[in-house]
Design a protein around this ligand. Structure first.
Ligand code: FEO
Length: 136
């Protein structure tokens, strides 16, 4: 059974964004599988953290450009959460590169992000986007 199965709760209804969120869910499940195995995973964890850095840059730009284009009033608070997440991923990558074991911390961060940011904070922009006429 998957650690974090994709569900309607996670869907915002914008294809590009849902596709990027699905990548994050898949990555979370991959990390959980690695941590559950008895094998060494340090190299794969480094790859995952680097991919996460790319993800954050690309995904957050997509959302934040829509905020600007559609005049989203909660943009500043939302962006602050994005910035904090980037800092946390960067912190994990730095600790990993220094030889620390950060797999569990990374999994905890991702699980918290999926359940508290995507399901609650991302979902809040959907009504505004719809009201501005974006096709959802
Ligand atoms: Fe989908 Fe606000 O991150």
């Amino acid at each position: 059974m998957l650690f974090m199965p994709w569900s309607e709760q996670l869907e915002v209804g914008i294809a590009e964004i849902d596709q990027q969120h699905r990548w994050l869910v898949d990555t979370t499940n991959t990390l959980h599988r690695l941590l559950s195995s008895q094998e060494a995973y340090a190299d794969q964890l480094g790859d995952i953290l680097e991919q996460l850095m790319d993800y954050t840059m690309n995904h957050f730009i997509v959302e934040e450009e829509l905020f600007q284009r559609l005049g989203y009033p909660e943009s500043a608070a939302h962006k602050a959460q994005h910035n904090l997440f980037c800092e946390r991923v960067m912190g994990l990558l730095t600790r990993h590169d220094m030889g620390e074991t950060v797999g569990l911390d990374a999994l905890t961060l991702l699980k918290d992000w999926l359940t508290n940011h995507i399901i609650k904070v991302d979902k809040k922009y959907v009504e505004h986007f719809r009201a501005q006429g974006i096709a959802i």
